[in-house]
Design a protein around this ligand. Structure first.
Ligand code: PLP
Length: 397
């Protein structure tokens, strides 16, 4: 069947695809170590679930305003002011079905055919495809592991053109776990200052920080850029609510109105029940987040140390999020089952098929030669994963 031309540039999400395969193997009785997931293994906090139950019981099951119920938009404003020092009015906020929809709406509202969006590699798999879906052109600017994945201001300046409409910042980052320092954010701000483009900050992993320094949004170091900031965030990772689908965005009123229009004519409001749960989450205690972060920090230390103990694998300690990005270039050229190992796609296939380890190749993130493994699983499973990785490396000739 003939499908729209714009779909030709779109790839299915590599992480979702690998997860689906790993889940299918597990369902068939195989003992799969799943390190591909992008979601917490913790359960949604009980008080959040209770708010949803109460919403259902009281019949709060109808449409809400497209941009979200007023109390929730107000709660988002309070959160952004308290946690991030960013002041927004409720009509500068739109509540969406996940952070993914916030970003999708943003690009749909912002881009004309051929408009450019600067994305730093390694990047979250969905950014380039979302830009393509909106008719835009992703402009990929590489960053280097040696620089802690901090973008080079000179490279940003070089990438900016009259068609640049937006630049995407994601710190803490998926897949690298990198966190931008104040100096890095100042460098980015200096590079884009004077160029009329929107700064899209994807703050989804804001709460998952293992450093002493507090989270910084570029708006904190460059207040003059706040008028062209689009902050995207959500509850998926911080409150272990991936299945609930709740995100939000705050930004210039005109852009938020455009995003609301996109949502008006596509999905309408995020689920009313989820919105009540989100209201409870944002107004509630944060001890569940602290407990989660403490546990993830220990898992990170254990897992990354284990990876670095495997010859040929090298892994930088991520400062945030919950992914380990391991450099496996040291294994390339060795032979596996009589054939040379040439890339991380092939390695990921071998790991899943022969060692029952689901780890995502770096290629779809713009990071060939790396594999991404999440440490949002029990320490026991992480240890089992490390043992199997060691077995894989031992099997190389
Ligand atoms: N941004 C980044 C960097 C992510 O990794 C994810 C999810 O994996 C999202 C946004 C989207 O999250 P949500 O589940 O709220 O749509």
């Amino acid at each position: 069947m003939k499908l729209a031309r714009r779909l030709q540039a779109i790839k299915p999400s590599a992480t979702l695809a690998l997860n689906a395969r790993a889940k299918a193997l597990a369902a068939s009785g195989k003992d799969v170590v799943v390190l591909a997931a992008g979601e917490p293994d913790f359960d949604t906090p009980e008080f959040v679930k209770q708010a949803a139950i109460d919403a259902l019981r009281s019949g709060f099951t109808k449409y809400t305003a497209t941009a979200g119920m007023p109390e929730l938009r107000e709660a988002v404003c309070r959160k952004l002011e308290k946690d991030n020092g960013l002041k927004y009015a409720p009509d500068q906020v739109v509540v969406t079905a996940g952070g993914k929809q916030s970003l999708y709406n943003c690009f749909q509202a912002l881009l004309d055919e051929g408009d450019e969006v600067i994305i730093f590699a390694p990047y979250w798999v969905s950014y380039p495809d979302m830009v393509h879906l909106a008719g835009g052109t992703p402009v990929i600017v590489p960053t280097r592991e040696e620089d802690g994945y901090a973008p080079d201001p000179a490279a940003i300046k070089k990438a900016l053109t009259p068609r640049t409409r937006a630049i995407v910042l994601n710190s803490p980052a998926n897949p690298t776990g990198a966190v931008y320092s104040r100096a890095t954010l100042e460098g980015i701000a200096d590079a884009v200052r004077g160029h009329d483009c929107i700064l899209v900050t994807d703050d989804m992993y804001e709460k998952l920080l293992y450093t002493q320094e507090p989270f910084l949004n570029i708006g904190n170091v460059a207040p003059d850029l706040v008028p062209r900031l689009l902050v995207s965030n959500g509850l998926s990772k911080s409150y272990a609510m991936t299945g609930w689908r709740l995100g939000y965005a705050a930004g210039p009123k005109a852009l938020i109105s455009g995003m609301q229009l996109v949502q008006d004519q596509s999905t309408s409001n995020a689920s009313s029940i989820t919105q009540k749960a989100a209201l409870a989450a944002l107004n509630g205690p944060t001890d569940t987040i602290t407990a989660m972060v403490n546990e993830y920090r220990e898992r990170r230390d254990l897992f990354v140390a284990g990876l670095n103990a495997i010859p040929g694998i090298r892994c930088r300690l991520p400062e945030g999020a919950f992914y380990a990005m391991a450099d496996v270039r040291g294994l390339m050229g060795k032979s596996y089952k009589g054939k040379p190992l040439t890339d991380s796609l092939q390695m990921s296939e071998a790991l899943l098929n022969d060692f029952l380890v689901a780890a995502v190749p770096g290629d779809p993130f713009g990071a060939p030669g790396y594999i991404r493994m999440s440490f949002v699983t029990s320490r026991e499973v992480l240890q089992k994963g490390l043992t199997r990785l060691r077995d894989f490396v031992a099997a190389l000739g």
